[in-house]
Structures are given as C-alpha cells and as structure tokens.
Design a protein around this ligand. Structure first.
Ligand code: SF4
Length: 349
C-alpha cells in the first residue's frame, strides 16, 4: 500500500503516513481523497489563509502508469475565494512524479516563519530555504530551481499573486499547466511555501501487468477511433470557439451576448495557423492537445477556451496576441485567467 507525506510547516515537521486501504477502496484517490481529508481536517471556522487550513496534492490509482491521460493532478484546500471546499485540477507531469518520488499524496499544514520550498526525492523530503525565490514569478522560479537541482526535477510553485494572498491566485506546474481555480495559490502563499520540487525514480507497480497493458491498448484504440479525437488533438479546447459562437453560447460582453463578431480571430484555427511552433502533451496523454505558440521571443502554451472567452470575447477584445500575452502573464504571476477576466468584465460593465 502507498503512503502520504505529511508536512507541518509551523513545526518544521515531516512524517510519512500509510495510506489506509479501506480509504483507498472507498475514495479511490484524487478528488475523492481530497474531499474526504478536507471534511475531516477543516471546518466552518477554519480560516482558509490561516495555518490550520490544509493544502493537498493528490494522485489517483493509475497515476504514473501508461494509462492515457493519467497525468492529472488534484489540488485542494479550503478556498479563500469561496470559504468552501476548493479544488482544482491540472495536467502536466507533476502528479506522476509524486508517485515516482514515493508518495500518493502530499498534505501541507501550518505556516512557515520564512519562505521555504519542499524538496522530495525517492521517499524522503526536506524543507529548504526559499528566500532567494520569494518575489520571483513562476517561470523564473522554475528556471532557478532547475538550474540549481537539474532539468529533470518537476516543480509546482506560486508567483507574486500567491505570495500576496490574492484570492484568485493559482499554483503553476511546468510553467503552463495550472491548478488555477478557487484561489489555492493564496493558500500556498499563506503557508509561505513557494514551491514543491519532485525528483524520483520509483516506478508504479501494476497488479496484473498483462491485463493492464491489454486495457491500455483498448483505451488507446478507442481514442484513436473516436471521430472527435483528430480535431481535439489538433486544437485542444480552442476548437470550441467556432461551434459555441455559432450556437450563441460564446460568452461576450460580460455575458450580455453569446455571439462575438471577432470570434474567428480567437479560434484555435487562427492561433495554430499564425503562432504555432510545436505540439506538447501532458504525461501519457494520447491527445497531445497542447499547441506551443511563439510571440516575439517568447514561447508558451495556447490559451484554453475559457481564457479566450475571459480575455477575449467577454471583454470585446478580438486581438489574439493580447489574449496570448495576458494568458502567459497570468501563468507567470500565478493568477486564474477565468477569475481575472470575469472581474475585469464586471468592472468594465
Ligand atoms: S494533453 Fe490535453 S487532453 Fe491530454 S491531459 Fe493535457 S490538457 Fe488534457
């Protein structure tokens, strides 16, 4: 059975906890674990930005295997944005590396007296000083940590928004894969936890490898046969712009309309034709839906559909370069693009 890393930053204490078999059977992992633990560890009086809140990074039962799309990460805590249970899901490579570093989940409690980061390698963890990282954006933070620790480490970190407890702050992994919703970056900032860094070579053992491989092959085959796949592989969620606009469901002018005259400029087709320089995939994902875009000297992932609405149509902006740049700035500062765009749209109205 697996194990959970428990970290109390107030006491600078680290411990391992065995994963309860009955909990694993009942809640499976990921969001199931997160909600159960938050229910047990927090309550109506828990201050989301207080040391008593828990910040959880959880994997699922097939994380780290070759199952298609098994690289997703679940992050959870009591939300400073809603005062309720908050959770957010991200792609990338961080979740499988929690497993390779020896754990099924990481639970962080307390508050450090100084900026720190958590370093985890092959079943052991250390709390390290992060004063040199405090104040850096997420891209700078990841570059600094990789320069010091090696290109192969995986990083989840906050930017200036999380440090300053902005209630729409996100947690960014691999520069562009983001657990953006419900303000969990502010929870991380309230703990003065700048980053979590993973390095691991522990594999994931599958109980019945032959049967599992067969199931993976069936899963891949059904993805490849799906009539939806080819288009999604090419454009990711940006493929939604044109159809949503054509049925009047494309959020426009702070949701006053569902049709935007500049939708074509924000479409996946336009972004791919004018800015794409490469494709990228999250861990073990057959869709490899990410388009890497280039603007000037900078490269980064495409804005998701929601971001194209948030910084585009909902603000009556049809300039794709503005939306691409705004998306990257949010990733750097560690801010949720949906919440920020919605706030600007509200203020604009
Ligand atoms: S590559 Fe695209 S479809 Fe695959 S996990 Fe990442 S975001 Fe999801």
């Amino acid at each position: 059975m697996g194990k959970i890393l428990r970290v109390n930053l107030s006491a600078a204490r680290i411990s391992d906890q065995s994963l309860d078999k009955s909990l694993a059977r009942k809640y499976l992992g990921g969001i199931g674990f997160c909600i159960r633990w938050l229910y047990d560890m927090t309550g109506p009086k828990t201050d989301p930005l207080g040391p008593e809140n828990s910040l959880i990074f959880a994997t699922g039962p097939i994380s780290g295997t070759m199952w298609p799309g098994s690289g997703r990460l679940e992050v959870a805590g009591k939300s400073p944005q809603t005062g309720l249970i908050g959770y957010s899901n991200s792609g990338g490579h961080f979740a499988p590396y929690i497993k390779y570093a020896g754990y099924d989940a990481i639970i962080v409690e307390g508050r450090s007296s100084r900026p720190v980061y958590l370093y985890i390698e092959d079943g052991r963890a250390e709390i390290r000083d992060a004063s040199n990282l405090w104040g850096l954006d997420t891209w700078e933070t990841e570059d600094c940590l990789k320069e010091e620790l090696g290109e192969e480490v995986k990083v989840a970190c906050i930017g200036q928004a999380g440090e300053n407890l902005v209630k729409m702050a996100s947690i960014v992994t691999g520069k562009c894969r983001v657990a953006a919703r419900t303000g969990l970056g502010a929870v991380m900032g309230s703990k003065r936890l700048k980053a979590i860094v993973l390095r691991g070579k522990k594999g994931v053992k599958v109980a019945k490898p032959q049967l599992f491989t067969k199931l993976v092959e069936m899963g891949i085959e059904s993805i490849e046969k799906s009539p939806f796949s080819e288009h999604y592989m090419e454009f990711g969620t940006t493929l939604l712009v044109a159809p949503m606009n054509s049925i009047g469901r494309f959020p426009t002018k702070n949701h006053w309309s569902g049709v935007f005259s500049g939708a074509e400029m924000l479409s996946g087709e336009y972004l791919v034709e004018h800015y794409r320089v490469a494709k990228r995939a999250c861990f073990s994902c057959r869709f490899h839906c990410k388009n890497v875009l280039k603007l000037g000297n900078e490269v980064g992932d495409h804005p998701e559909y929601e971001t194209l609405c948030s910084f585009g149509s909902n603000l009556l902006i049809d300039d794709p370069e503005f939306v691409i740049k705004a998306n990257w700035l949010c990733d750097k500062y560690g801010i949720d693009t949906i919440s920020l765009g919605a706030t600007i749209a509200w203020a604009m109205e």
